[in-house]
Design a protein around this ligand. Structure first.
Ligand code: 5GP
Ligand code: MG
Ligand code: MG
Length: 199
């Protein structure tokens, strides 16, 4: 590790109040999820994994390596505008899917489910494009904050890495004001950090 890299990592750790999931815990859970998905979809091919950019990029990269099936990988961009730690309740797809998904089984891969707004919108959009099924794999799930229950089409599956406490988390792809995405662990920032950055 170079001096600059080392400094960047230590700076991020100084910003953390607590680490919730270490790299080893994350990798262990990803391996389990990959094994379940491999088992469950062996008879449901072709399978298209659709990652939700940007937050899920790291989880997608790890998860697809743990899935031993021939798959396609795509990304979609959907934004729910709001303030920095709360969703607005309106999710807009800003980068349309180029792939024809008619008759294909879809696995949407998300970093975290909070109110459920983003996924509800995405599931409707993908089923509207003729997908055979729309399953969801979310690494974290803030169950206590759900406003819109997850309704999946018949034959779809739901996977969750961990249930997440009602804290705003960063790392493993997830940001606060576009920072901290590259941390290999998931944690909660010190309260001062959530108020110290400009809007
Ligand atoms: P929802 O539409 O379910 O309310 O929100 C989902 C999106 O909000 C997630 O995909 C994620 O981008 C963002 N989000 C929700 N909770 C958190 C959190 O604790 N940390 C971060 N970094 N993003 C979150
Ligand atoms: Mg997301
Ligand atoms: Mg974000």
């Amino acid at each position: 590790m170079t001096l600059a890299e080392e400094n960047g990592r230590l700076q991020a750790e100084e910003d953390m109040q607590k680490v919730l999931w270490s790299p080893a815990l994350i990798q262990q859970r990803v391996a389990e999820l990959g094994a379940s998905i491999t088992h469950d979809f062996a008879e449901s091919l072709p399978l298209v994994v659709i990652g939700v950019a940007t937050g899920a990029f790291m989880f997608v990269a790890d998860l697809v390596r743990a899935i031993s099936l021939p798959i396609n990988v795509e990304f979609i961009r959907i934004q729910s505008y709001g303030n920095r730690t709360e969703s607005s309740g309106v999710a807009v797809i800003s980068d349309e899917l180029k792939l024809d998904i008619r008759g294909k089984h879809i696995l949407v891969v998300e970093d975290i489910i909070d109110t459920g707004t983003t996924l509800a919108r995405l599931v409707l959009y993908l089923s509207g494009r003729g997908a055979a099924s729309v399953s969801v794999c979310a690494f974290l799930d803030k169950v206590s904050r759900r406003k819109i229950p997850l309704q999946l089409p018949a034959g779809s599956r739901f996977y969750r890495g961990f249930e997440c406490p009602d804290d705003f988390v960063v790392g493993y792809g997830m940001d606060f004001a576009e920072q901290y995405r590259n941390l290999p662990y998931i944690g909660v920032l010190k309260p001062s950090k959530y108020s110290s950055l400009p809007d």
